[in-house]
Design a protein around this ligand. Structure first.
Ligand code: GDP
Length: 359
């Protein structure tokens, strides 16, 4: 498959940088000059500073509207660079962004929309990262704005929940780094399956068919189990498609339209009746009833791998929670600003009268 990755904002460009280190053509777009210089792998000529006239290269201060304006202001520069690394025969343009900030949340939808308009034969798939709960109300509001923008601009939106992938004893940098690697590894594994031979295979067109659509939510589950622990393939498939185990995000599996399940391991583990029963259960559970399957015997493997891509999902308890919280928080924060302004004014308004002391 031919893939180009375009990262927008700090988180988005860090993810694109990891893709670049795995050999994918990648671009970095940001409003903060310093953040662009922080990257390790994306060549400097593929790093684009946007919104200089608005932010002077200092970032948007977590304001998605400034992120959007910055992307709009320099969208031609972005397009010129995308055209240099991409073309009409790219299968998928991934546009990655952290949705809790400003540049990614506001800018990524503009970039995705431009790519969609200029390369109509290619898919544009968003990779959106949801903030940690501890990041506070504004990050949640931003992510609700970013989700809405991305939904309108992309064919599918792969969502990653920072909260879900964080393990408690890691510091934040290590946690982010590990999450970014996990995202890239899962997509890389999916792409790898499309070029492998097998008993039944998934190809690039199956991946495109699964991810094409209306901006629905997509999520990737993955299980990799040492051979010694595998008594049956069934629990591994169940784990890969269960929101609370293998997947990045709490979704309602019943609302998925399409899926890909790819399984690899030694032949003795790939028991046909177990695989068909588990996939049939998934097919019947999903609203769309469409499951592409790949079965890849690997005689010498000492692990069994199961990857599950679910897409066209339209319900997720976590998204419901974010939207509800964002709506309340936006009202409360606005009220808090008005109350603060008024209280301070009331407290200090007699200052001028005190000047009479010196008169
Ligand atoms: P922007 O540059 O204005 O788009 O904002 P950032 O990318 O700095 O932050 C957006 C959100 O992305 C934050 O709220 C964090 O949740 C998340 N984030 C920042 N850096 C990383 C990272 O390296 N990995 C992951 N998974 N999340 C990150």
């Amino acid at each position: 498959m031919k893939i180009v990755v375009v990262g927008v904002g700090h988180c988005g460009t860090k993810i694109a940088d990891v893709f670049c280190s795995s050999g994918y053509s990648s671009l970095a777009i940001n409003t903060a000059r310093q953040d662009l210089s922080w990257l390790n792998f994306i060549p400097t000529e593929n790093r684009i500073l946007i919104g200089k006239s608005i932010t002077k290269g200092r970032g948007v201060g977590a304001n998605p509207l400034k992120g959007r304006d910055s992307a709009n202001a320099d969208i031609q520069d972005v397009y010129k660079k995308v055209k240099e690394v991409g073309s009409q025969d790219i299968d998928i343009y991934f546009v990655s962004a952290g949705l809790g900030g400003g540049t990614g949340s506001g800018g990524a939808p503009i970039v995705a929309q431009k790519i969609k308009e200029e390369f109509p034969e290619s898919l544009v798939v968003g990779i959106g990262v949801l903030p940690l709960a501890i990041e506070g109300d504004q990050a949640i509001i931003n992510s609700a704005i970013g989700l809405s923008g991305m939904n309108k601009a992309v064919d599918a939106l792969i969502l990653i929940d920072n909260e879900k992938l964080r393990s408690t004893d890691e510091d934040i940098s290590t946690a982010y780094e590990n999450i970014n690697k996990t995202i890239v590894n899962r997509i890389n594994t999916l792409v790898k399956f499309t070029s492998m031979s097998g008993e039944q295979i998934i190809d690039g067109n199956d991946v495109k068919a699964t991810l094409s659509g209306f901006g629905g939510i997509a999520t990737i589950g993955y299980v990799n189990e040492p051979l010694n622990n595998v008594k049956s393939i069934t629990p591994l498939i169940e784990k890969a498609i269960k929101p609370d185990e293998g997947l990045y995000l709490d979704i309602d599996v019943k609302t998925a339209l399409k899926a890909i399940v790819a399984i690899s391991g030694p032949m003795k583990c790939l028991v046909a009746s177990e695989i068909f029963e588990a996939l049939d259960f998934l097919r019947k559970t999903m609203k769309g009833h469409q499951v592409f399957r790949g079965i890849y015997p690997k005689p010498n493997a000492n692990h069994v791998e199961v990857l599950a891509l679910l897409s066209g999902v339209y319900r997720s308890p976590r998204i419901d929670e974010i939207i509800m919280f964002a709506k309340n928080a936006a009202v409360n924060l606005k009220a808090a600003v008005i109350e603060a302004e008024q209280s301070l004014y009331d407290l200090l308004k007699d200052g001028e009268e005190l000047e009479s002391f010196y008169a």
